[in-house]
Design a protein around this ligand. Sequence first.
Ligand code: NAI
Length: 340
Amino acid sequence: MNDHDVVMIEGDGIGPEVAAAVREILAAAQAPVRWVTRYAGLSALEHGQSLLPKETLDAIREHKIALKGPCTTPVGEGFTSVNVGLRRSLDLYAAVRPVRSLRGVPTSFDGVDLVVVRENTEGLYGGIENEVVPGVVTSLKVATVTACTRIARWAFLYARRRGRSKVTVFHKANIMKLTDGLFIRQAKKVRDEEFPEIGYEELIIDAGCMRLVQDPTRFEVLLMENLYGDLISDLCAGLVGGLGVVPGANIGDDMAVFEAVHGSAPDIAGENKANPLALLMSAVMMLNHLADTLGDEGCRQAAVRIKTAYDRALADEQKTRDIGGRLGTREFAAAVIQRL
Ligand code: NAI
């Protein structure tokens, strides 16, 4: 097969450093991809474009697939989040974050292997806010049958395809009876009507958080609305070594943008300290996605080569500082390439 065009958005802060490491590793692994560079975030403003340029959205619409570094959203009025904008503009409704224990990254738990599936388009992230009278502001939480149903179907389909036996829904329907009530009602309906073989569990999110930090190994697929998914993703990252080791994907019906869970980490940007592993793991997810959707075995083989190499590097204690090692971004990339 020919090389696949993949839109690369390096992003801001540590984005260009981790993106450079990932490009180098994919090239060394002979992954069949050709990068189409576009901008978003502060780097787009620096190139005289808007925060989320039309050129970038159009390129993703055309090529259907992107790898994205973190984007800084300037704080202040008038700026909507680049990430929220991107996901909503392209209707990337499923945010998927696999959270796994890694050999060589010791944490309180062994054998964590769960996936957070987050509804990515509504909830409180529509940014529908309003000043009712001076001193009183509101934020509108939106839930629709369409969005709740499709994300539930996505989660159960994922569970079925990956041989997972249970989906757990986190919610707060005891308080938000209409919105979260709709979310769990649709999840249960989809499961009962379409996926009866898959186990189903509902947990009020506060109790769910407690159980997660007591024993995350009891969970397989976690399904939740937008805000909860944002928070729980970082909590789960903390269970397996932090933001440097958790990949992610934003998936729609015919497009997908792969990106790490972490942000642009301005505190360490430009210092060769960032862990490129989260973006590298996202790139591996992307290669597997290309293999699944296009049947390209070259992508599958490159994904396996890269995963085996970074697993070996970690097992050999070749790690960046955030997970207890001593290597810089570039040195870690070199250690992975050496083991390909
Ligand atoms: P952050 O994830 O950038 O950083 C939190 C902490 O984790 C920092 O101490 C940072 O140094 C560390 N960290 C993050 N990634 C790391 C890596 N790969 N290797 C080593 N250490 C790492 O979160 P923060 O500070 O809340 O956000 C900074 C900026 O990033 C904000 O402008 C925010 O809007 C943006 N952001 C963008 C995201 C995206 O593009 N998907 C996601 C989250 C935040």
